[in-house]
Write a protein that binds this ligand. Structure first.
Ligand code: C2E
Ligand code: MG
Ligand code: MG
Ligand code: MG
Length: 280
């Protein structure tokens, strides 16, 4: 009996593994197709507004990669970004997102908007390359965009794990006016002194801390601590995943500067985002 159970589990385990592998391979194939022929729009970019918490005015957007194929339907970035990283496709994907973002900025400029930024997520595999700074600057210059309208989001854990090198890359970019934001802040273990030694512009409070602020439980203590610490360091604070008016009010009372989340808008298409920006 015991033997048979073990056998059954073993078979199921393998089947799950096999299915996961098949899906991964399919996603990898779609990624390669997408990058080889961007016009198919298997990979495309959406933009989510980042607003001034007091006035509600749009200050900028975060660019978020999307995947949709005939074969697989919509695939979440939580699923395809790690595969792109593993299969060394993230550099090309990241460059694509940056190019689209530059196009977006150029379109904003055509509507006489010069003060809104686009924030772009950067993976470890990109920033750890020796040609990272050159590549980023090259793309922005080729698109003839103002570097002050570009912001890069890197995660707290990426910075901690590669402090010297990442810090050095960020310094070089900041000299050109590119802004740096520390994403998913609070989930890693950076220290006050580490932050003091880093030249960044913003801290982005992770969604998990915003989630805790609910109707009957105004648990803002962690968000509050992050905000006051960031301000002591002269950094701007942005809250991600703001879904309710209640959360917005709480964060505003505690002097959070910027908010992003479904309460304001989900990530939206290029065209819709331009419309939103111009009606600001
Ligand atoms: P992230 O950079 O922390 O992006 C914020 C995520 O929170 C996005 O998920 C966004 O859609 C979601 N979000 C925003 N507001 C709300 C809200 O009010 N409620 C909830 N529940 N979610 C909200 P998304 O688009 O699924 O992206 C997930 C992650 O994938 C991103 O997290 C980022 O780490 C990564 N990613 C997305 N696009 C790119 C990219 O172009 N390059 C790289 N390297 N990573 C990317
Ligand atoms: Mg981000
Ligand atoms: Mg984030
Ligand atoms: Mg996050």
């Amino acid at each position: 009996n015991v033997k048979r159970d073990t056998f059954v589990n073993y078979v199921f385990f393998n089947k799950d593994m096999e299915e996961a592998l098949i899906r991964q391979n399919k996603i990898e194939r779609e990624l390669r197709k997408a990058l080889a022929d961007p016009l198919q729009e298997i990979i495309y970019v959406e933009f989510q507004p980042q607003v001034d918490i007091i006035s509600g005015k749009i200050l900028g957007f975060e660019a978020l990669a999307r995947m949709k194929s005939e074969d697989l339907g919509h695939v979440s970035p939580m699923e395809f970004i790690p595969i792109a990283e593993e299969k060394l496709l993230i550099v090309e994907l990241g460059n694509f997102v940056l190019k689209k973002s530059c196009e977006f900025i150029k379109t904003l400029n055509q509507h006489n908007i010069f003060n809104q930024w686009v924030a772009i997520n950067i993976s470890a595999a990109q920033i750890l390359r020796s040609d990272f700074v050159k590549t980023i600057l090259g793309i922005i210059e080729e698109c003839d965009c103002d570097k002050s309208q570009i912001e890069l989001e890197i995660t707290e854990s990426l910075l901690i794990d590669n402090f010297e090198l990442v810090n050095n890359q960020l310094d070089r970019l900041r000299r050109f006016g590119i802004k740096i934001s520390l994403d998913d802040f609070g989930t890693g273990y950076s220290s006050f002194s580490m932050l003091e030694e880093t030249n960044i512009d913003k801290l982005k409070i992770d969604r998990s801390f915003i989630n805790r602020i609910t109707e009957d439980n105004l648990e803002v203590s962690i968000a509050e601590d992050i905000i006051s610490m960031a301000h002591k360091l002269g950094l701007t604070v942005i809250a991600e995943g703001v879904e309710s008016q209640n959360q917005k009010n709480c964060l505003s009372e505690h002097e959070c500067d910027i908010a992003q989340g479904y309460y304001y808008s989900k990530p939206i298409s290029f065209e819709k985002a331009i419309k939103m920006a111009t009606n600001n």
